[in-house]
Design a protein around this ligand. Sequence first.
Ligand code: DQA
Length: 145
Amino acid sequence: MRKTIYILNGPNLNLLGKREPHLYGHQTLADVEALCQAAAGELGVSIRFRQSNAEHQLIDWIQEARDEASAIVINPAAYTHTSIAILDALKAFAGPVIEIHISDIHKREAFRQHSYVSLRANDVIAGKGIEGYVLALRRAVELLN
Ligand code: DQA
């Protein structure tokens, strides 16, 4: 059976393509999902691709992944820099966790340069645009194999 990888997206990523396109580009979250579906097909895995603006919803999906997924790819968006609760939920997940950011958070404002999620993530991909999701998926599969 194909392994399932959860791809979780945090707040404001529903506005991808409309929101600060100089930073995040012109492609939408639906485009990102299509890119991920194509990559998943090539990699022989299934994905569940989700977005929420609510911290509790992301935590519920991470907890659900304990039973449903082999790995998690997550762009926690602004919760990256604030959420100990998301970090704790990820710590309760046993499989690989890949953190992805479209922009290079390490070269932006000081408050974006700290990530709680990085304390748990097996790898962090930042600044590669939406292609970073494919790199993250590939890395998750590498770590599973
Ligand atoms: C982001 C970077 C975060 O700092 C920001 O809050 C986002 C998007 C990125 O993908 O580059 O919403 O995670």
